[in-house]
Design a protein around this ligand. Sequence first.
Ligand code: BG6
Length: 498
Amino acid sequence: KKKKMGFPKNFMWGGGVSANQFEGGWNEGGKGISTSDTMTAGSHTSPRRITWKNISTGKVGSVELSFGNKKEFLPEGAIPTVLEHEYYPTHIASDFYHHYKDDIALLGEMGFKTFRLSINWARIFPNGDDCEPNEEGLKFYDSVFDECKKYGIEPLVTLSHYETPLNLTIKYGGWKNRECISIFEKYAKTVIERYLGKVKYYLTFNEINAMGMMPYMAGGLIDFSEQAKAQGVHNQFVASAKVVKLAHEISPEIKVGQMLAYTPIYTYTCDPLDQILALETMQKTLFYSDVQTGGAYPKYKLKEYERNGIKLDDCDEDYELIKKYSSDFLAFSCYCSSTITTHNELSENIAGNFSMGVKNPYMKTNEWGWATDPACLRVALNSLYNLYHKPLWIVENGIGWDDKLESDGSIHDSYRIDYLRQNIQSMNDAINIDGVELMGYSMWGCFDLISSGTGEMKKRYGFVYIDRDDKGKGSYNRYRKDSFYWYKKVISSDGVDL
Ligand code: BG6
């Protein structure tokens, strides 16, 4: 039986990038150093590193980027820094800084309705706490948004996508310090006022739940204690609420969303203990949307803090703000599901982006162990919509592949088309069968960019191939992949012609 296909007329088809992975120009136009500038390249098998120096001894070194529950991070007295003899893949990235006009024209050619990008905070406030913003940085994004406008593309702007100005880490210890709330508020106000009439949709913190797993990237923390992470994210919740408040005061037209990394959880067995494990694993994610979109700390988290002796530096006003200014919509990333079990001996362990668990025999995985799950978006959309009843926006979904550029400039990425087709079908079912309210779909990495997890270039997501390698060598020329033409057709047919 043929399924009903089709998306609302105003559906926001598009794709996204982040400044640190795509923009480059890391020390141009008055930009300051951000935390992501201190991260080296890695690979699927060797982790990225954060480089450091000890100011008093002059000693330098590096530590592995930690995705786990590591307690120790930098050695005593060390601060993250950029070292001359190291290679940092995001410093040039895909060089959007010098290609933005042509790049946005390519999006226009595909018929994009929306382009998700982040503002590199340190391009606007180089040290985070500067009195005045950097005019050259503001002008850069003015030009970017003007280009978008030419093609009728609505920007969706992430204010902080793993790009905390490094000075905030060094001087304040990052987001564990409450000072960051007002610093961020000032940054957000500057940007929202400046781009009034050009930008209507904002996200505050990319994948706010990354604080639990990658506190340096998510919050500029070098103190990895549970206490610091809890305080760090509490401060981000308060800052987000303040941004919702100020954005609505500036213009009721502006909508501010939360951005959550969401991975549906499947259990490998029907053992009741696996169901409890699933419940507890899901709470680790839902805590963040319960607060930022739901408007209140859930009881299970308060109990956990009590058990673990975590005490927040907070005040009543924080909770009033969180309640009154919860996010207008819930945006999320979703690449695949996680299959988990208490019976680890039954299947091989795998670790994808946020999909830790065991191999699911019903799914295929790519070179980096990320699974393809055709049901994933329908499951995710239903779960989140039925919890919060707020509009949703898929702002990351896609597949990394080591694409091959042919001698005639073509790239045959049928595997990407297959993946996206299945995911779009799943999204279609959530809308047409289940009635989920979905604002848009922003495929991740619409241009090839530096992988956040591995720092590689060869983990390519784009509709557009960018000719540079893992060492930064290449022409930086842009090439349309087969998926470019396919997505153009998907957009022009409003998701019917897949
Ligand atoms: C998300 C991040 O977690 O996953 C992106 O928001 C990231 O920044 C994306 O690029 C894909 O992960 P990776 O490691 O393949 O770049």
